[in-house]
Design a binder for this molecule. Sequence first.
Ligand SMILES: Cc1cc2nc3c(=O)[nH]c(=O)nc-3n(C[C@H](O)[C@H](O)[C@H](O)COP(=O)(O)OP(=O)(O)OC[C@H]3O[C@@H](n4cnc5c(N)ncnc54)[C@H](O)[C@@H]3O)c2cc1C
Length: 325
Amino acid sequence: MPSRLRKLLFKFTASLLIFMLYDLIIIGGGPAGVSAGIYAARQKLNTLLIAKTFGGQMARKAVDIENYPGFEKISGLELIQKFEKHVIKNKVDIERDLVGKVKKISGGFAVSTKSRKQFQARAVIVASGADPRPLEVPGEKDFIGKGVSYCTACDGPLFADKEVAVIGGGNSGFEAALALKSYAKKIYILEFSPQIKADEANQALSKKSGVIEVIANAALKEISGEKFVDSIIYEDRKSEKSITLKVQGIFVEIGSQPATSFVKGLVDFSKKDEIVVDPKNNMTKTPGLFAAGDVTDVKFKQIVIAAGEGCKAALSAYEYIINQS
Ligand SMILES: Cc1cc2nc3c(=O)[nH]c(=O)nc-3n(C[C@H](O)[C@H](O)[C@H](O)COP(=O)(O)OP(=O)(O)OC[C@H]3O[C@@H](n4cnc5c(N)ncnc54)[C@H](O)[C@@H]3O)c2cc1C
C-alpha cells in the first residue's frame, strides 16, 4: 500500500479509536475552566476538562497576584498549582490537549482535539480565555524565542544585564517592566497613545526604579537583528521621525485576543471577537453551548470574575442537562 494511503488510513482509524460520551465537556484550564470543573463535579456531572496546561494567563503573571480573595499575595505559579490540585481532587476526567473543533450533533456536541481524539457531550462550556495579541510588525515572527517574548514571567531571567523594550503602556506593560528590573539593566516602555493608561501606583514605582524609561506616542515599525533581536525601529507619532533603539529583548504586552476559532458558526461575536453570552446563565446562542471568563463579552477580565463565571456556567449547564433528561 502506498505510504500516503497508509498514513491516511492510520489517521482515520486513530480518530475513531478514542470516543467517549460525557454529560459536560469544559474547554480550557484557566480560572474559568477550573472553577466550572469543580462545580460540575460537585453536581455529579460526568465531566471532561480538555486543557493542554493549567493556569491560563496566570502563567504570564510577572509579579504577585494581590487581588484574589483569601491570598493577600501569591505568585501566579503558586495559585495555578492550587487550582490544578483542587480540580484534580474532584471527579473530573482531564485530557491534556487542545480542542480543534466543536460541532453540534443530535442530542449534544462532538468535540475533536488537535491530536484527533473525539469526545461527545450533552453540553459544552468554552473557557478558552485569550491569547496575547501579536504586534504584527516585520520581524516579530522571525524572532519569536530569539528575543521576542509574550511572557515576562517565563522569559525575563534570560535577559540579565540586557537592554529590553516592553511594548504596551497599560498595567500589564508596567508590571512586566517592574518584574524585568530584577534582570535587565535598562527597560523602555513604548506606548502608542500620547497618554499612559497604567495605574498611578505602577507609574510611580517605575519612575522610582531608575532603569525604566517610558516613551509615549511611539508606533513600533520593525524588529531587526541577525540571529537574535538587536534593535527596534519606532516612529515618534508627534514628530513623525523614525527612531532606532538598541535592545536585545522585546516583551509584548498589548492586550489579548479571545481563543474562539473552534466554535465559529455556533456563537455570536462581539466587536472585540468575544463570545456573546446571556449574562444570566452564560448560554451562547446555541442551546447547550455555554462560555465563561475572558473568552466572553463579560465586561471585566479578572481571575475572580473568570472563576465566578465558570461557576455560573457549570450550574447553568447542570440545569440545562437535567431539564433535557
Ligand atoms: C500579564 C497579566 C497579568 C494579570 N494580572 C491579573 C491580576 O493580578 N489579577 C487578576 O485578577 N487578573 C489578572 N489578569 C487577568 C486574568 O489572568 C484573567 O482574567 C484570567 O486568567 C481569565 O481566566 P480564563 O479562565 O477566562 O482564561 P485564561 O486564563 O486565558 O485560560 C484559558 C485557558 O484555555 C486554554 N485554551 C485556549 N484554547 C484552547 C483550546 N483550543 N483547547 C483547550 N484549551 C484551550 C488556554 O491555554 C488557557 O489555559 C492578568 C492577565 C495577564 C495577561
